[in-house]
Design a binder for this molecule. Structure first.
Ligand code: ATP
Length: 255
């Protein structure tokens, strides 16, 4: 277990978005969080990655309590996240978008930038090398000089992965990584996610595409109205009465 939450709760006014959720993310595996619309999935991600502070409960990363850490500190620890609508720079090239990712690991400051110090040049070189490596890994080398505005939706999803990978994370949090792409492209992206876990990365993702999740995930947690109603292997989840009830009772899961 690389990351654990203990009785995590988030209230927005009177609305309890996440309620008492204790969950362990398994290292080097694909961990999925599913649930009907408004179940609290994105909020749960936001709590772990420091975007919102929890109202109650604790978060531990490799045994260290990180509950109150701000998002930048959490990112530095090795937790990277993508968003449903990742804000890429559309008028910049794929390469330039990805180079930015590794800046998290560099130390150059304004002084270095003004005087173009050796440190700056060395770090620029490392950022470029890292960008080339992750572009290769995500299958984007052939479009690296193109403007993001001119590439396909599926390629944009890959750029979002590449950006996260460039930060040299230990866990990647992917929020609906295949939203808005067709079934063939979904399969391609699923293969890439599998490849990340095979490389030793821990993956945690939110997804609505059930078929994909069932074949991709090692472990699934199901949220409903902010509460964890089940967790287990895809096989266990498929046959879980509570889960079936939650989805039949107005959920929005699509195949
Ligand atoms: N910043 C916020 N302020 C107030 N309420 C919020 C905020 N973010 C989420 N909520 C509420 O918390 C609940 C859970 O929302 P959340 O977006 O986490 O669900 P979700 O499972 O990710 O949904 P979806 O699948 O539709 O993305 C909802 O009732 C939502 O309206």
């Amino acid at each position: 277990m690389i990351l654990q939450t203990s009785q995590l709760t988030k209230k927005f006014g009177g609305n309890v978005a996440v309620k008492d959720v204790s969950f362990s993310i398994q290292q080097g595996k694909v961990n999925a969080i599913i649930g009907p619309n408004g179940a609290g999935k994105s909020t749960f991600f936001n709590l772990i990655t420091g975007i919102h502070p929890p109202t109650e409960g604790q978060i531990f990363y490799k045994g260290e309590e990180i509950t109150k850490y701000p998002a930048n500190k959490i990112a530095e620890l090795g937790l990277a996240r993508t968003f449903q609508t990742t804000n890429l720079f559309e008028r910049a090239t794929v390469f330039d978008n990805v180079v930015v990712g590794h800046r998290l690991r560099t130390k150059s400051n304004l002084f270095d930038a003004i005087f173009r110090t050796k440190r700056l040049k060395r770090e620029e070189e490392t950022c470029k090398e890292k960008a080339l490596e992750v572009l290769d890994f995500t299958g984007l080398s052939n479009v690296s000089d193109q403007l993001v505005a001119n590439i396909s939706q599926e390629e944009k999803k890959r750029v979002a992965f590449a950006l996260a990978l460039a930060t040299e994370p230990e866990i990647v949090f992917l929020d609906e990584p295949t939203a808005g792409v067709n079934p063939d492209e979904t399969e391609e992206l699923a293969l890439l996610i599998k490849k990340m876990a095979e490389k030793g990365l821990t993956v945690c993702l939110i997804e609505h595409k059930m078929q994909m999740i069932m074949s991709l995930a090692d472990q699934i947690m199901v949220l409903n109205y902010g509460e964890k109603i089940a967790e287990g292997t895809p096989e266990e989840i498929k046959n879980n009465e509570e889960v079936i009830k939650a989805y039949l009772g107005g959920g929005s899961a699509s195949a």
